[in-house]
Design a protein around this ligand. Structure first.
Ligand SMILES: [Zn+2]
Length: 333
């Protein structure tokens, strides 16, 4: 029952959020069309939010979604674009793979030719120093390393020849505080921690960190009191999306209990829009599908059972039952 416009401490507005997600596509607003370059990511955020709440198929039938994803296939690059007729990009490619995987149609939908084109596209983005660019014009960013490694892992195409230099680059991005930046020498940032730790986990090389205490301390210090929300860097305001970026990394280390989870939960719930659904970055701000997804993913990490959610995989940001659909890479040494 949702009786109050003001979410109380323990009230999650599930029905309103479902409505908010499925209505994204019918809000043909100016902002919606401006976000064309993010459309595939947006769809992934919506699909992940619904799948985590265990209400996906009833609200976003697979046929329509699968058709949209495949309409974004760019045969010139051999990858997925964000929107039909857009150039292939690594970010929309991972989102497309995740969406198909969540609906369990990745394997039937992608024939072996497309799978080998995708692999070629991704491997072709790797630079001599092991880093990845987002597309053939793109800049370098540890985010693209994660996206590439996650995509190759899903496709079953990860090899030591790709993983080892990729991880060597990532390790160069670790700073004195234990945290990670965008490129070697750049400022520590919580979202970058997720992409670097996620990459290490995907490549089965977490042991390279040796000791995660310093990093886990840095991550714990992201909790801003009295709000309970996490920020991405010291001195910044708390923001719902870091509930995911920070807590997923702590979850990978088995250290979620290093932060005050009830306080974080309270912060996420306070960022719900009581009348229209959706979750914003901070209380009373405008909601968006990105923060809605990561707010719900964060709640799943906090306590998926209490919300009746599916458990979420902290490495792949998809329901854990989805990530059973492919064989995770194990190194034989
Ligand atoms: Zn944010």
């Amino acid at each position: 029952m949702e009786v109050s416009d003001q979410p109380s401490e323990h009230q999650f507005l599930k029905q309103k959020h479902i409505q908010y997600v499925i209505e994204q596509d019918s809000h043909k607003s100016y902002e919606y069309w401006l976000s064309e370059h993010l459309r595939m990511n947006g769809l992934y955020w919506g699909v992940t939010a619904l799948a985590t709440m265990d209400v996906l198929e009833a609200n976003l039938p697979r046929g329509k979604v699968e058709e949209y994803v495949m309409s974004c296939w760019d045969s010139a690059s051999g990858a997925f674009g964000a929107f039909p007729k857009h150039d292939g990009h690594i970010l929309s490619t991972l989102s497309a793979l995740q969406i198909l995987l969540i609906y369990d149609v990745a394997m039937p939908t992608l024939d072996s030719e497309k799978r080998s084109q995708l692999t070629q596209f991704i491997v072709g983005l790797q630079q001599d120093d092991g880093s990845f660019q987002g597309d053939r014009f793109g800049e370098i960013d540890t985010r693209f390393s994660y996206t590439a490694l996650s995509s190759l892992s899903i496709l079953g195409e990860l090899t030591p020849e790709i993983a080892d230099p990729a991880i060597a680059f990532i390790m160069q991005c670790q700073n004195f505080d234990g945290s990670f930046g965008l490129v070697p020498g750049s400022e520590s940032h919580a979202a970058q921690v997720f992409t670097c730790i996620g990459s290490l986990a995907i490549c089965d090389l977490l042991h390279l960190l040796k000791d995660d205490t310093k990093l886990s301390n840095w991550l714990s210090e992201r909790q801003v009191l009295p709000s309970g929300g996490f920020n991405g860097r010291p001195e910044k305001l708390p923001d719902v999306c870091y509930s995911w970026w920070v807590l997923s990394s702590l979850a990978i280390f088995g250290k979620k209990h290093w932060v005050d989870l009830p306080m974080l939960e309270k912060f996420i719930l306070a960022c719900q829009d009581g009348s229209d659904g959706g979750i914003s970055d901070r209380p009373d701000n405008q909601t968006d599908i990105y923060h809605t997804c990561f707010g719900i993913a964060g709640l799943s990490l906090i306590d998926h059972r209490r919300y009746g959610f599916k458990e979420i995989d902290p490495v792949y940001c998809m329901p854990s039952e989805t990530t059973q659909h492919f064989t995770k890479w194990k190194r034989v040494s």
